[in-house]
Write a protein that binds this ligand. Sequence first.
Ligand SMILES: Cc1cc2nc3c(=O)[nH]c(=O)nc-3n(C[C@H](O)[C@H](O)[C@H](O)COP(=O)(O)OP(=O)(O)OC[C@H]3O[C@@H](n4cnc5c(N)ncnc54)[C@H](O)[C@@H]3O)c2cc1C
Length: 328
Amino acid sequence: MVTDALIVGAGLSGLIAANKLHKAGKIVTVVDKGRSTGGRLATRRIGDGIADHGAQFFTVRTETFREQVDEWLADDLVYVWGHGWSDGSLKRTQSDGHPRYAAKGGMNNIAKNLEENLDNVHVNTFVTDVKWDSNIWHVITHDGASFDSKVLILTPPVPQALNLLNNVPMSDVNLAELRRIEYGPCLCGLFVVDGDVNLPEPGARQNFDDAIYWIADNKAKGISEERIITMHVEARYSRVHYLDPDETTLSYLAKELQEYLGEGATIQASQLKKWRYSLPITTYPRDILQAAGLPLIFAGDAFGGRGRVEGAFMSGYAAGDTALELLK
Ligand SMILES: Cc1cc2nc3c(=O)[nH]c(=O)nc-3n(C[C@H](O)[C@H](O)[C@H](O)COP(=O)(O)OP(=O)(O)OC[C@H]3O[C@@H](n4cnc5c(N)ncnc54)[C@H](O)[C@@H]3O)c2cc1C
């Protein structure tokens, strides 16, 4: 079957584009290599606890995203976690007036909610190649299956999308534009703690001058019964230490966590997650890139210059609109 649109990537941008197309009555398929949808909207269960280990919260700056977030608030999917973060020097964060939203039960629930409306979402499906043939896209997966469509939307982090283009007649200009886009890595430690932690209210500390720029308590955040601490390491340190053994990184993070542990509190378990592509460093100025002369759209948080959750949303939204135009 040839569908109207095939979307590679079931992160926020891919799911938003898919929902737009689905609502407009188009037949759309989404494929993702992950075990579940969400991409960097990632939540992990450890024992009885839950921890967000990708995106931690999001802000709203555009009217379009505001409308979506108002719907999510009305549906009880998201809540206001706080209004700013202390750098650790204050026990209580001083509000800067801007809400920081998070998803009830973990950020991945946003993806689960968006996936509910869709008929054809395939996880554990790794796209290995893309072919353009007589006005039809053939998207080839790890098991040799082919998904065929009229329009193709690629939402993986751009270096991963570029790996799929060997059999696509892309213009040199477009390729150069895509190759300019870069992301920073992020090493993320998760620590199950028995006892209290001393993090500023509402349960997180953010300091971009520190190698560990983010420390958050998923219990104080309200998503976990057990105390699990998420620690994020900034891009430069993460790049230098990306290939260090997991135990080395975890013991470095555990040592840094000591000063936040309450009296008698102990670390019960730890896990490391390595994000090769966490936040875009060099972005593309427009919300999407449509390949010259092809019904092929590149989207994701690296498009539109915003980055982050809102950038992924806005790019997915624009990708959906452009795909609808192409299908007219
Ligand atoms: C550690 C970390 C902390 C962050 N903190 C914040 C924050 O606090 N606030 C904020 O606003 N943003 C934050 N972000 C950024 C935010 O998570 C992203 O901007 C957003 O989720 C990106 O969505 P996306 O759809 O563009 O990409 P992704 O979520 O990366 O989705 C792309 C999808 O493509 C899939 N894919 C890739 N290659 C293939 C292939 N060959 N075949 C099939 N599928 C493929 C991947 O599995 C993935 O699911 C953070 C990100 C990280 C990693």
